[in-house]
Design a protein around this ligand. Structure first.
Ligand SMILES: [Zn+2]
Length: 291
């Protein structure tokens, strides 16, 4: 039988380290994933929160007045402080049009092309802030660090570090925002949503999507869509990744032998259809789900 005394746990942990199964533990330290947990009678009123020990603290985000929250976790990200807690909420019931099927094709230039003709732009914030980030990072590298190995930093180093961290945070926020808007729109307004199943391992071969994966975050897209569909009662259909969504003609069903990546407009040899490549693919996805 395994004992759970702290000494036994300590021995067990170190035996795994010596066997090189696990790494040496990283201990908590100020400045590294700062977070803590508070318990007590927590209340939210007039955009302020009442916390034990701290008292009333102003919130920068507007939220509804609440009472009876039992515990909160306070964490720091890019020198902003966040408070998170659990609360009960009623499920939102949504009425949408009965036959609202939609196919979604993900891409680089446009984050998503929907079969109803809507497009969502890919904002690519990293590309936009790349230059600024570079400048700020260079400034950081010029700031004085007393002892690099011990990470003793000058005050100005710390200040600049904050600037860089907040820029990274800003980029992440913009990216998250556009993805959330897309997934919420999809889940809230459609009965069935068809997306392509993409395996990331084979993704490097697919030039069209490899960089979209990096900057757009396909996994995050699918994760959000999965839970949001559950919230709103819509159904997410993941179409087999061997389904030739971009090669098929959405009008007559003719399948092209070859489709070059440079062909932005899909032209059908049989029926003469001319359509945006991504739109054609998304319509095919939607059709595939209906049948
Ligand atoms: Zn055709």
């Amino acid at each position: 039988m395994r004992t759970t005394t702290s000494l036994a746990r300590f021995r067990y942990k170190f035996s795994t380290i010596f066997k090189k199964v696990s790494k040496y533990p990283i201990f908590k330290k100020k400045g590294r994933k700062d977070s803590f947990y508070l318990e007590g009678n927590i209340e939210i009123k007039n955009n302020r929160i009442k916390l034990p020990i701290f008292g009333w603290i102003k919130l920068s985000e507007k939220i509804k007045d609440l009472k009876g929250v039992k515990n909160v976790r306070i964490s720091r990200r890019a020198d902003f402080w966040f408070v998170s807690f659990k609360t009960e909420a009623k499920k939102e019931k949504i009425k949408y049009a009965k036959n609202s099927f939609v196919g979604v094709d993900l891409g680089i230039k446009t984050l998503a092309t929907l079969s109803n003709g809507m497009t969502f732009e890919n904002k690519r914030p990293y590309k936009f802030y790349k230059r600024k980030l570079k400048i700020e990072q260079r400034k950081l590298s010029k700031k004085y660090q007393k002892n690099k190995s011990k990470k003793e930093q000058s005050k100005n180093y710390g200040k600049q570090q904050k600037v860089v961290a907040q820029l990274h945070y800003k980029i992440a926020c913009i990216r998250e925002d556009s993805l959330h808007k897309l997934t919420t729109y999809l889940a809230k307004n459609h009965v069935r949503i068809a997306i392509e199943d993409l395996n990331v391992k084979g993704m490097s071969k697919n030039h069209k999507l490899s960089s979209a994966i990096l900057d757009g975050g396909f996994y995050e897209f699918r994760r959000q869509l999965t839970y949001k569909c559950e919230w709103y009662g819509s159904k997410l259909v993941v179409v087999d990744r061997f389904f030739p969504s971009s090669k098929l003609c959405s009008n007559c069903g003719h399948k092209k032998e070859k489709l070059y990546l440079s062909e932005r407009i899909y032209t059908c040899e049989k029926c003469g259809l001319r359509m945006d490549r991504d739109l054609n693919a998304s319509v095919n996805l939607a059709k595939h789900v209906v049948s």
